[in-house]
Design a protein around this ligand. Structure first.
Ligand code: HEM
Length: 457
C-alpha cells in the first residue's frame, strides 16, 4: 500500500543490538544484572531456541511459537514458575494470583475471573477517560512548550485508574505516596540482585535494599487498613468486594485478609506499571511518526465525533488499538517470562531435562527474523485483522499465554486505548531530540531516565 501515509514513513525506533555470540561468563553476569536483554546473543532472534549450560545449570531461551505453546499451554504442568521469580516477587505479593502455583493458584484464578469479565470492565471506560482528561487539564495549566516526563505522567494516570476502578476510589490510600513507594520498591527490592544469583538467604535481599523494604511495609499497611475498613462496610460491588465474597466452589474456602492484601497488591503492582509503559512507548512512537498520530486523531474524530465523550466507543478505535499492540510488540512491558522445567519433557525436537531454566524471550520473539517482516520497524498495520489472523497465536505474547495468561488483559487494553485516544486528541507530544532512548529491563521494560517530551497544545 504505497499510498498509505503511515506505511510509507518507515521508522525504526531505538533497539538493542544483540552480541554476535554469547558473552564471556563475567560480562554475561554483569549484563544480566544491568540489562538482561543486552546479554541475549543474535541467535535468540534467529533460531527457534538457544540452549546454554553453565556450571551444570541449563538455560533454554525459546522463541519458537510451537514450542512456546507446549510450554505455556499443552504441558504447563511441567513448567511451573521458577524459584528466582518466587524469590523476587513473593516478599511483596505473597501467595497471590501471580505467584501462587497448583491448586492454590487455580481456586484464586476462578475466584477473581468474574471481576474481569467484559460486562464488569466496560463500565470502567468512563473512569479511564476521566483520568486522562485530568492529566490533560494539568498539562494545559503548564502551558504549550512544557517539558513532561511522559513515563511518570502515564504512571500517575494508570494508578488513578486502578484506585478508582478496582478499589472504589482507594480511600485511605494516598495516590502520590503509594506511587512513590511502589517505585522505591521496584527499583530496589523488586529487582534481581547478586544475592539472588548467589542464592544467599532471603534476609540478605532486605539487608541490601532497606529503602525498598520500608516502602513495602508501608504499602502493605495502607492496604491492610483499607481491607479492615471494607470488611466492616457495606458492599460497593468493586473488585475488593468481589474478592472478599469469592468462594472456592470445591472447598468453600474464602480469602483471608492476608491473601486479599496479596492480591490487591498484585493487581496494583501488575496492573498499573505495565499499562503505563505500554502508553509511554505508544506516545513516543506516535511522537516520532506524526502521520500515525494524525491517523489516530482522524479515527477518533470519525468514530467518536469532535468534542464527544470517548468512553463507549473504545471498542471501535481499531487503529488506536493497533498502535498499542505494535508498541507492545516492540517494547513489551514484560520482555522476559521464566519457568523451571519440573520433569524431563519433549518440546518440539528438543528433549528438555528437569531443572532447566526456561526463558520465554518475549522481546526477541516479537522481533524474530523468521516471524515478522521488517521486525524492528514501527508499523501498526501489521495488526490489521487480516495479518493478525495469519500469525501463530504464540508469536505475540505481551500478555503471556495458556492458563496463566494475564487476567487483566481486557482491562489493560481498554484502558490503554481509552487513555491514548483521549491524550492524542487533546495534545501533541514531541520527543526530546537530545535524549537518548535506552530500553532497560527492571522486570518491566522502561526507557532509562524516563521519557522527556515537549507538550504542544
Ligand atoms: C499492558 C498491561 C499489562 C501487561 C503487558 C501484562 C502482562 C502480563 C503477563 C505477560 C502475564 C503473565 C506472566 C507469566 O505467565 O509469567 C501477566 C499476568 C498477570 N497479570 Fe498482567 N499485564 C498487564 C496488565 C494487567 C492488569 C491491568 C492487571 C490487573 C488489574 C494484571 C494482573 C495480572 C495478574 C493477576 C497476573 C497473573 C495471572 C495468573 O497467573 O493467573 N495485569 N500479565
Amino acid at each position: 500500500m504505497p499510498d498509505d501515509p503511515a506505511r510509507s514513513a518507515r521508522f525504526v525506533p531505538p533497539t538493542i543490538t544483540p552480541p554476535e555470540a554469547p558473552l564471556p561468563r563475567f560480562r554475561a553476569m554483569w549484563t544480566l544484572m544491568d540489562n538482561p536483554i543486552e546479554a541475549w546473543p543474535r541467535a535468540v532472534y534467529e533460531e527457534p531456541y538457544l540452549l546454554r549450560e553453565n556450571n551444570a545449570q541449563k538455560f533454554l531461551y525459546v522463541t519458537d511459537p510451537a514450542m512456546l505453546k507446549t510450554i505455556l499451554l499443552d504441558r504447563t504442568d511441567a513448567f511451573p514458575k521458577d524459584w528466582m521469580f518466587e524469590r523476587v516477587t513473593k516478599p511483596a505479593l505473597g501467595e497471590g494470583l501471580l505467584t501462587a502455583q497448583g491448586a492454590h493458584w487455580r481456586w484464586q484464578r476462578r475466584a477473581a475471573a468474574p471481576g474481569f469479565r467484559p460486562q464488569n470492565i466496560e463500565p470502567m471506560a468512563g473512569a479511564m477517560v476521566a483520568a486522562a482528561e485530568a492529566a490533560l487539564g494539568r498539562w494545559r495549566e503548564r502551558g504549550d512548550g512544557a517539558r513532561l516526563d511522559v513515563a511518570r505522567e502515564m504512571t500517575a494516570i494508570t494508578f488513578d485508574v486502578i484506585l478508582e476502578t478496582m478499589l472504589s476510589g482507594g480511600e485511605g490510600i494516598d495516590a502520590a505516596t503509594a506511587a512513590k513507594r511502589i517505585t522505591d520498591y521496584l527499583e530496589t527490592l523488586g529487582r534481581v540482585t547478586p544475592a539472588d544469583f548467589l542464592q544467599l538467604p532471603l534476609w540478605t535481599r532486605i539487608a541490601l535494599a532497606p529503602r525498598g523494604y520500608r516502602a513495602l511495609v508501608e504499602l502493605k499497611a495502607m492496604v491492610d487498613r483499607m481491607i479492615q475498613r471494607r470488611r466492616r462496610e457495606a458492599a460497593r460491588g468493586d473488585l475488593v468486594d468481589l474478592l472478599m465474597a469469592a468462594e472456592d466452589p470445591e472447598t468453600g474456602r474464602r480469602m483471608s485478609n492476608e491473601l486479599l492484601r496479596d492480591n490487591l497488591l498484585t493487581f496494583i503492582g501488575a496492573g498499573h506499571e505495565t499499562t503505563a509503559l505500554a502508553l509511554t512507548w505508544s506516545l513516543y512512537l506516535l511522537g516520532s511518526v506524526p502521520e500515525a498520530a494524525a491517523r489516530v486523531r482522524a479515527e477518533v474524530a470519525e468514530v467518536v465525533g469532535e468534542g464527544r465523550v470517548i468512553a463507549g466507543h473504545v471498542e471501535r478505535l481499531t487503529f488506536t488499538r493497533q498502535v498499542i499492540q505494535e508498541a507492545m510488540r516492540l517494547y513489551p512491558s514484560l520482555p522476559i517470562m521464566s519457568r523451571m522445567c519440573a520433569e524431563d519433557v519433549q518440546v518440539g525436537d528438543l528433549a528438555v531435562t528437569k531443572g532447566t531454566f526456561v526463558f520465554i524471550a518475549v522481546y526477541a520473539l516479537h522481533r524474530h527474523r523468521a516471524l515478522w517482516r521488517d521486525p524492528d520497524a514501527f508499523d501498526p498495520d501489521r495488526f490489521s485483522a487480516a495479518e493478525s489472523e495469519r500469525r501463530h497465536r504464540f508469536a505475540y505474547l505481551p500478555f503471556g499465554g495458556g492458563p496463566r495468561v494475564c487476567i487483566g488483559q481486557g482491562f489493560a487494553m481498554m484502558e490503554a486505548v481509552a487513555v491514548l485516544a483521549t491524550l492524542v486528541r487533546g495534545a501533541t507530544l514531541v520527543p526530546d531530540p537530545g535524549h537518548r532512548i535506552r530500553p532497560v529491563v527492571r522486570v518491566s521494560m522502561r526507557p532509562e531516565g524516563g521519557m522527556p517530551m515537549t507538550l504542544r497544545l
